[in-house]
Design a protein around this ligand. Structure first.
Ligand SMILES: Nc1ncnc2c1ncn2[C@@H]1O[C@H](COP(=O)(O)OP(=O)(O)O)[C@@H](O)[C@H]1O
Length: 205
């Protein structure tokens, strides 16, 4: 993992994003560190991914589309209709271009923070959760329940976060990117496997 000059990143964020978005990013950075410590993930990598996850949040749709295309990303029809979804993908490109980040795990976690990805590693899961669950997202009963799961079983928390977002998108009559459905099905299966493992080890006692 390369050295990351946090102050330089903060200066860039304050120059390019509104205060409320920087506040969100700083809360994601903190939750990402907390979850990393719970789940045995490198806390510094987690903080870096949290700090860098939204670099392209306010890039114009044309820039998001052209950058993603130039980098070889095959644009999905839902992304074509809603280029904003590409901000996660382009933020990873920018983390490398602007700040020299090379760690494949950090870059994947930034790329996966909105839709997740089936088979993603714990660092990606943590950044996906930190973005959705940071305190600024509110104090609803459902979110608080998912926050509790995020401490115990990150796969279950990813599954339930996908369910929560998908329900909101359906309610609002919005298009759904199928990658989140794939993430959801994968995370659900992983959470159930973990539960079965626990029951089996209890049987052995
Ligand atoms: N599966 C999906 N299909 C379509 N839109 C989605 C999907 N998942 C998230 N979104 C939308 O993408 C936008 C960006 O999501 P995200 O990066 O998680 O949130 P935020 O911008 O609030 O940090 C939100 O408007 C969200 O509703």
């Amino acid at each position: 993992m390369n050295f990351l000059d946090r102050d330089r990143v903060l200066t860039w964020l304050y120059d390019h994003l509104p205060q409320r978005r920087v506040d969100h990013i700083l809360r994601v950075e903190q939750v990402a560190e907390d979850l990393a410590l719970v789940h045995g993930v490198d806390p510094e990598k987690s903080r870096q991914a949290g700090l860098l996850h939204d670099l392209a949040k306010f890039y114009p749709p044309d820039t998001l589309l052209s950058t993603a295309r130039q980098q070889g990303h095959r644009i999905h029809p839902v992304e074509q209709a809603h280029p904003h979804l590409l901000h996660a993908w382009v933020s990873a490109v920018e983390a490398n271009r602007l700040f020299g980040v090379e760690s494949p795990e950090i870059l994947a976690a930034i790329r996966n923070h909105t839709l997740g990805c089936p088979g993603m590693d714990a660092l990606s899961g943590i950044i996906f959760l930190a973005d959705a669950l940071e305190p600024g997202r509110g104090e609803g009963a459902k979110l608080n329940q998912i926050r509790a799961w995020s401490q115990q079983n990150w796969h279950k928390a990813v599954w339930k976060t996908c369910d929560h977002t998908l329900k909101q998108l359906l309610k609002a009559g919005q298009m759904i990117h199928p990658q989140m459905l794939e993430t959801r099905n994968w995370a659900m299966a992983q959470a159930k496997l973990k539960k079965d493992d626990k029951l089996e080890s209890l049987d052995r006692l």
